[in-house]
Design a protein around this ligand. Structure first.
Ligand SMILES: Nc1nc(=O)c2c([nH]1)NC[C@@H]1CN(c3ccc(C(=O)N[C@@H](CCC(=O)O)C(=O)O)cc3)CN21
Ligand SMILES: O=c1ccn([C@H]2C[C@H](O)[C@@H](COP(=O)(O)O)O2)c(=O)[nH]1
Length: 322
């Protein structure tokens, strides 16, 4: 039995039992708890959940996308990763250039109305095709704003570092971990008070802090909002992978991933799915392999990262709240 996975299941049960019934931006409704924490000891195994299948390829390509400093979904689409489509799609259908059928409130309508779902799918496919093949269209509508990748690698500045024009927080972080491992300032922030609130979806994993002790590197994430069934399993695996990669590049063993969530919620239309998940047996956690030949955090490709011995229960489908 995995202590790491048990923490996720216990907290899911607690959100269901004790969570407040709370409305939310998407109009779906949630069970919500405020201020939760899980601690994953990465020496125990890689915390990719086994009580449902979690698609590690999507997690890898999303993290490589962040590390490129990219905030345009074309890279994700090139890797057949569609988890950010809806938020870029909004850029297009809410713009003057969109002349197709009305897409107001497409997230809900696609769940509730099969006829609309078919119309939506056609428009979504057109959108994906144009992002992949039309450079101007991609530059205008493919972005997801001042979030993650952009802020991690290319934080725009006016007065500070005027020569550079941008700040590369990730390179600084790796440098600081190597040169001042005892530092209490090993921070990566993805919230720019000026620009992030205008993004199609303002960053959810807002701030992380790295920490070195006893030859091990740990990280704590503050996530302001956590979709416990769909998003959180991705976030756990993503930060655990980031920690493995940064540890490999700075010469440390991996320690703990501490996951603090502000509003931890289960959407009303995920209750059956998570209840099903809670009834399932666990498998042993998998292991992660990183290509030891890679000499920079920014040089990893999809093939340099592999999950080994991943056995899981089958996937469980659920609609994403837009
Ligand atoms: N409501 C909501 N929840 C999220 O978790 C979330 C957002 N919105 N918006 C931005 C990103 C996108 N993320 C997502 C979006 C979708 C899935 C999802 O549907 N996962 C499915 C597999 C999807 C597939 O195969 O393409 C899963 O079963 O895990 C996961 C994370 C995390 N974020
Ligand atoms: O990495 C992520 C990104 C998003 N989410 C979830 C959390 C919420 O359910 C929505 C965002 O909606 P807000 O109204 O902006 O909080 O997306 C996640 O869990 N993980």
């Amino acid at each position: 039995m995995s202590k790491n996975e048990q923490q996720y299941l216990d907290l899911a049960q607690k959100v269901l039992n004790e969570g407040a019934l709370k409305g939310d931006r998407t109009g779906t409704g949630t069970h919500s708890l405020f201020g939760t924490q899980m601690r994953f000891d990465l020496q125990e195994g890689f915390p990719l959940l086994t009580t449902k299948k979690v698609y590690f390829g999507l997690i890898k390509s999303e993290l490589l996308w962040f590390l490129r400093g990219d905030n345009n979904i074309r890279f994700l689409l090139q890797h057949n990763n569609h988890i950010w489509d809806e938020w870029a799609f909004k850029n297009w259908v809410e713009s003057d250039q969109y002349t197709g059928p009305d897409m107001t409130n497409f997230g809900h309508r696609a769940i509730e109305d099969p006829e609309f779902a078919a119309t939506y799918k056609i428009q979504k496919d057109i959108f994906v095709d144009k992002i992949l093949n039309d450079d101007d269209f991609m530059a205008t509508f493919g972005y997801v704003g001042d979030v993650y990748g952009k802020l991690w690698r290319n934080w725009e500045t006016t007065s500070l570092n005027a020569d550079e024009g941008t700040i590369d927080q990730v390179s600084r972080l790796v440098h600081d971990i190597k040169t001042t491992p005892d530092s209490r300032r090993l921070i990566l922030t993805a919230w720019n008070a000026e620009t992030t609130p205008q993004a199609p979806l303002p960053s959810c994993h807002v701030l992380s802090q790295f920490y070195v002790a006893d030859g091990k590197l740990s990280v704590q994430l503050y996530q302001r909002s956590g979709d416990f069934f769909l998003g959180v399993p991705f976030n756990i695996a993503s930060y655990s992978l980031l920690l493995h990669m940064v540890a490999a590049q700075t010469g440390y063993e991996v320690g703990d991933f501490v996951h603090t969530i502000g509003d931890a919620h289960i959407y009303n239309n995920h209750v059956d799915q998570i209840t099903e998940q809670l009834s399932r047996p666990m498998h042993q956690l998998p292991k992660i392999w990183l290509n030891p030949e890679v000499k920079s955090l920014f040089d990893y490709t999809m093939d340099d990262i592999k999950i080994l011995d991943y056995e899981s229960e089958p996937a469980i489908k659920a609609p994403v709240a837009v």
